[in-house]
Each structure stands twice: as C-alpha cells, then as structure tokens.
Write a protein that binds this ligand. Sequence first.
Ligand code: AMP
Length: 396
Amino acid sequence: MDDYALVLNAGSSSLKFSVFERPSGERWHLESRGQIEGIGTAPRLSVKDEIGNSLANKDVAAEDGSEAIGALAEWLRSMYGGSRVLGVGHRVVHGGARFTGPTILDADVMRELHQLAPLAPLHQPYNLAAIEAVFERLPEVPQVACFDTSFHRGQPEVAELVPLPREFRQQGVQRYGFHGLSYEFIASVLPLQAPEIARGRIIVAHLGSGASMCAMKDLKSVDSTLGFTALDGLCMGTRPGSLDPGVVLHLFQGLNLSAKEVETLLYKKSGLAGISGISSDMRDLLGRSEPAARLAVDYFIYSAAKEIGALTAVLGGLDALVFTAGIGENSAEIRQRICEASAWLGLEIDADANNKRETKISTSRSKASVWVIPTNEELMIARHTGRLLGLAAKAA
Ligand code: AMP
C-alpha cells in the first residue's frame, strides 16, 4: 500500500480507526477499518478490509487509551510496515464557539480544547488523550481535529441561545449541536445525490444509538435537536432526549441521587434502554413482542415526529427529509412509521422503494421528498485532514 492517513475516534472504552490510502485528487480509498473495544477490561482488536473481510480479531494489551494507541500502532506496523502515516485526523466532540472548522493541532490548540472538557466530560478527555498519545509516539506526524460542533456554528443567535442569565452564556452555556461531521458529509453529497432538493429546506435525521436531527437551509445548519450536551432532543439508545429540567432537580433534591448517579442515569440508562428495561438496541427491540419494548419504539417514533414538527416550523416548511445512520439507513419500519406520524406534512412513502432502501423513497405525490443517504463521518474526517495537510498525491 501507498502511504496513508489514519482517522481516529477515541471513546472511553473504545478506539475506532480507519486507514485511508493517500488520495489522488479528492478520491479516498478505504484500506481498512476497525476498533479496539473493551479498553481497560477485556481489550480486543478487530479490523476488516474495505469489503468486510476480517484482517484481525484478537486480544490485545490496552489498560488505557494510550496503550490502545500503542496496540494499534503495533498492528499498523505489522500490516503496513513499508508505508508512512502521512497525517492523523481525529473526531473531537467539542470545538466550542471558537473552532468553526477542522484545525491542525499544536500545543496552543490543545490547551484550548482541554478547557472545553467540562462541557463534554464523557468524550473530550478521551479524544484529547488519543491526540497526546499519537504526539508522544509520532511527534513528526501532523494531526488534525475535526469537531462535531463546527458544522452548526453560524446558526441564528436564537437557535444557539440557552435562556439563562447572560453570564452563563459568557461561560460557554449555549446550544452547540453535535453529529456535525455526519451532517456535513450529507450536505457534501446532497448536490450529487439529490440535486433537486439540495438547496431547499431539509431535515436530516441521524438516527443511530445517538440520535439527532439537523434543520438545513441551503446546505447550512440552522438548528439541531442536540444542544448544550448530547442529551437533548430525540429519544436515544441510552439517553432520554428532551427532558423537563425539573426532573433533574427532583433526582438531586427529592431522591438524593449523587451527581455521578444522575450522569449515569442520563447518559447510560435512559432512552430506549430505560423505557424498555430490555435493550438499547433498536433492532433488538423491533424483534420483541413485550409491551415495554413496543412502548420504547413508540416513544422513539413519537419523539422523532415531534422534533420534525418543531424543525419544520424553524424552516418555515419542509422540502425534504433525509434518513441516515444505523437506524435511519437500515430500518424500513422505523422510516415508514416516522413518515406516517408526519403524514400531516404531506409525506408519503413508496413502500417498495423504502423496503429496497432506494435513495429516494417518497412517492411522486409526497409534498416533501424522503431520502435514505448513508453517512460517512470517517471519510469526512479523512477529507478534512487531507485538505488541511495537502496530502493528495499528484495525479500521474
Ligand atoms: P449507529 O450508532 O449509527 O451505529 O446505529 C446503531 C443503531 O442502529 C442500533 O440501535 C441498531 O440496532 C440500529 N440498527 C442497525 N441495523 C438495524 C436494522 N436493520 N433495523 C433496525 N435497527 C438497526
């Protein structure tokens, strides 16, 4: 293989990675993708090539994120020994108000990013630890941070506002929005895949274990359902989505839960998992007949339809709805039910096109068109990294 760019998405107990061959022009070729899961407990490396054949599946030593980077480096050396890492692109959850686009990392940028850690305590420290671990091992390799918040900067002031006293805003309390790399990817392919709606009023529904929607006008984010943290908006796998803040007060004051317990409840035990008491996994729930599983799915649909209504109001009408991410791309049933719950908007799905997962799944009568477009956050990061670092090979 030629020299390559590495894309990393580091979480608390997992390190996801993709290896992209040096592009020629704008075209990137995915060489392999994989993850180390169970960091600190039972770390295991699994990697597949671009068509899904297994390249590795084995236990590795990784007590923490830094050791996981070491284990990955060892595997990369064994696999691509003769090739160089040209650059590393990282998914970084929080870029705050200042980082409105991908940024080359240095000590000053890292200092600022560390200051944002309290705003995303479950993600930011792990994202930054991975960057530091790479700097330690490969100090000469340039690194780029791509933020989940950047795509949403530039929203109208009212969309970013958290209506608390002004001094809180000055301390960074505002709506940031997340899943920005996914929305940016969709915005980048819409002009090619759906040119007739690309410049219109669009809701993109990123429905995965984390879920949100983005209202786009002219391919720019004007509002999103995730706000100050990744807890707001839609019901998610383990997070509740919109919640009366009085409930949180009650958890502290009435039930005397600790801050840690409330954090665990809100990030890990609510949403589909909490309602069903069975699973956080949509595919699992759709296959179950227990009333609690059905209620969880019903609430997911209800919450999605409600947010579509709210974002349609923000957009002043709707030209298109785009489904993406694990549930949005793979569940014809969920797409159909969300569109049925939004039938008042004139949405009408073609059952056959929906079941076959065609790109456009609405009928010609539908007042707004409905689409399924696979997202690709890793490719978005690779593109940014390549552009910022000037990695593209000169065409022969
Ligand atoms: P993501 O976070 O984007 O990887 O999406 C994960 C979610 O997608 C999980 O809730 C999965 O159960 C769900 N998912 C994946 N495939 C399907 C499917 N065929 N039907 C329903 N849900 C699915």
